[in-house]
Design a protein around this ligand. Structure first.
Ligand SMILES: Nc1ncnc2c1ncn2[C@@H]1O[C@H](COP(=O)(O)OP(=O)(O)O)[C@@H](O)[C@H]1O
Ligand SMILES: [Mg+2]
Length: 176
C-alpha cells in the first residue's frame, strides 16, 4: 500500500487509466465481468457504482464465473457481504453490498468475514465514499443507463484504474 499524500486526499488522476464501453445486454455484461476477472488478482478492490438495476450484480456474476469461484453471485440485499471461495487455487471473491454499510472500513472489518481481505478480490457495490481507504489502488466501474429508461438494455460502462497497481494495465483489452 502506498503512503498517503502529505497534503490530504491524493488526486487520483495522474495514474488513472480509463476505458469506456457500451454493453448491449445482460449476457454481454457478464462477459465483461469474465474479461475483467482476467485482470484481477488477490488484493484487488473493485468499486461498482450505478443506480439500482444498472447491472452491478450482473457484472459481478460474470466476475465470479471468470474467477472460478463457488456459488452463484446474487444480489446481497439481505447480507452486507458474501464470500465465494475459489474452486481452484485462485483468490476468493468477497462481494459486498455497501448500500446498507454506513460505517465504512471499520464496519467492513467488523463483519468478521473469516477471510483475509488482502488475499481476496473484493467487489463492492455502492462503495463510493465508504471503502476507498481500503486501498488507494482500485478499479472503479461506473455503469450508466439512459435516465429514467427501464426497458432499454444498453449500458455505458466506464472502467478506471487508480493507483500504481493499475498504472501499467491497458484497460483497452476489456473492449475486445
Ligand atoms: N446491458 C445490461 N447489463 C446488465 N443488466 C442488464 C442489461 N440490460 C438489462 N439488464 C437487466 O437489468 C437488471 C440489472 O440488475 P442488477 O445486475 O441486479 O443491477 P444492480 O446490481 O446494479 O442493482 C437485470 O434484471 C438485467 O437483466
Ligand atoms: Mg446489485
Amino acid at each position: 500500500m502506498e503512503a498517503a499524500a502529505p497534503h490530504g486526499p491524493a488526486e487520483p488522476t495522474p495514474s488513472a487509466h480509463s476505458a469506456g464501453l457500451t454493453v448491449t445486454s445482460p449476457e454481454r455484461m457478464r462477459e465483461l465481468g469474465r474479461r475483467l476477472a482476467g485482470l484481477l488478482r488477490a488484493g484487488d478492490l473493485v468499486l461498482l457504482s450505478g443506480e439500482l438495476g444498472a447491472g452491478k450484480t450482473t457484472l459481478t456474476r460474470g466476475l465470479g464465473e471468470g474467477l472460478g469461484v463457488r456459488g452463484a453471485v446474487t444480489s446481497p440485499t439481505f447480507v452486507i457481504a458474501r464470500v465465494h471461495p475459489s474452486l481452484g487455487d485462485g483468490p476468493p471473491l468477497v462481494h459486498v453490498d455497501a448500500y446498507r454499510l454506513s460505517g465504512g472500513l471499520e464496519e467492513m472489518e467488523d463483519l468478521d468475514l473469516d477471510v483475509s481481505l488482502p488475499e481476496s478480490v473484493i467487489v463492492v457495490e455502492w462503495g463510493e465514499g465508504k471503502v476507498e481507504e481500503l486501498t488507494e489502488d482500485r478499479l472503479q466501474v461506473v455503469i450508466h443507463r439512459a435516465v429514467g429508461d427501464t426497458t432499454d438494455e444498453v449500458r455505458r460502462v466506464t472502467v478506471t484504474g487508480l493507483g500504481t497497481r493499475w498504472a501499467a494495465t491497458d484497460l483497452a483489452v476489456l473492449s475486445a
